[in-house]
Ligand binder design. Structure first.
Ligand SMILES: *Cc1c(COP(=O)(O)O)cnc(C)c1O
Length: 366
């Protein structure tokens, strides 16, 4: 038998979450953001669950090629545009839309001999305060006019730094004010909102929204409670099994460094999942793991991690799970344990954990 760890991708949850985005942004088209291999969920899965999206947004032109090779005929947006001038030919051949965020990219587009007769869609990115990518407000209008003159079909785009519910600078309001001032009179569709803005800044959606994390049913803030009432379903479920059970005597230590010491005689479950699978090594004692059919009535139980996560294994406290046995199924994250809860116990956010699912974990698309 194989090692029992497995990641299941629930495509019905993809369909549900995309439907929820449509309800929240009914006037907008949707770029489903599938960078980083669809946040660890695989591009194969999005073609099965998100096929009714208006387009896929990603970074790597090889992934655009993969989608075309697998019969995706809809729109594709290269979110960081071109990394070299040589990519332009292929991007056009693959009918990609391009984000343009720098002077260099602008020059590549100007000198490109478009022999295809095909209109190329450009999403011109304004740096409205995040100060990562994009044209500065004072450069933006000139860039817009130059690309327009070169025959490209233009769209406006910007990205928010703080679209969650906490007031920090730059706020969505400040960035929107900048965006509106700079784009006044330059008639073109626009793309503004990421997941957090779709939930909490409904006045800043734009003609194209760009949800990533919500499609995967994970919280944009890193706090699961923030999305509970919005009814998004987790798409990735990471499961494994208890492969051994240890009897500890009071005072015994568990694992590397002996971080956990048994306060009484107790049973410990050893699970086939470790940091080489993408589970965070920083998960503290108390991080929840769900064990199937483990309580006295045969229901599932949340058992806390005890001891340091190691490369291939982690250990849980079975005191609340009298029916747990070798072979019991456990969920590391999914519908019973929100990935954001695991992330919070590990000093990070759900985004990082789903993206970091390791290659060695088999993925099943359901
Ligand atoms: C990753 C990304 C998104 C999606 O962000 P989420 O927080 O996952 O919704 C949207 N726009 C751009 C430019 C991005 O890079």
């Amino acid at each position: 038998m194989n090692r029992p760890i497995i990641a299941t991708i629930h495509t019905d949850a993809f369909r549900h979450n995309l439907g929820r985005i449509r309800e929240l942004a009914p006037e907008s088209k949707i770029w489903s953001v599938v960078k980083a291999k669809a946040y660890g969920h695989t591009l194969g899965a999005v073609l099965q669950g998100l096929e009714s999206t208006d387009g896929f947004a990603l970074l790597d032109i090889a992934d655009a090629q993969w989608l075309r090779d697998h019969a995706w005929g809809g729109r594709i947006l290269l979110l960081e545009g071109l990394f070299s001038e040589q990519e332009l030919e292929l991007a056009v051949k693959l009918k990609c839309d391009l984000v343009i965020h720098s002077q260099k990219q602008l020059e590549w587009l100007e000198s490109f001999q478009n022999r295809s007769n095909q209109q190329i869609n450009v999403f011109l990115k304004l740096n409205s305060g995040m100060n990562r990518l994009g044209f500065k407000p004072e450069q933006y209008r000139a860039a817009f006019h130059r690309l327009h003159a070169a025959g490209y079909r233009l769209h406006h785009m910007t990205h928010f730094a703080n679209a969650d519910q906490v007031e920090r600078s730059p706020s969505v309001g400040e960035q929107m004010e900048c965006f509106e001032k700079v784009t006044t009179g330059l008639d073109a569709p626009c793309s503004l909102a990421n997941s957090a803005a779709i939930l909490w800044h409904r006045n800043a959606l734009g003609d194209w929204v760009r949800p990533g994390i919500l499609l995967y049913g994970v919280s944009p803030t890193g706090v699961h409670a923030d999305i509970v009432r919005s009814d998004f379903h987790p798409v990735m479920q990471l499961r494994s099994e208890i492969i051994d059970i240890q009897e500890l005597k009071k005072g015994d230590h568990v694992g590397y460094g002996g971080r956990y010491q048994a306060p009484e005689d107790m049973l410990i479950g050893v699970i086939a999942c470790g940091y080489a699978d993408g589970y965070p090594r920083h998960a503290g004692d108390g991080t929840p793991v769900w064990v199937e059919a483990a309580d006295a009535q045969g229901g599932g139980v949340i058992c806390p991690i005890v001891g340091q996560v190691s490369m291939d294994m982690l250990t849980i406290d079975l005191r609340g799970a009298p029916n747990a046995k070798i072979g019991s199924i456990v969920e590391l994250w999914g519908s019973e344990v929100p990935v954001d809860d695991v992330a919070q116990m590990s000093g990070t956010i759900g985004y990082e954990l789903i993206c970091a699912l390791a290659q060695r974990v088999p993925v099943v698309i359901k």
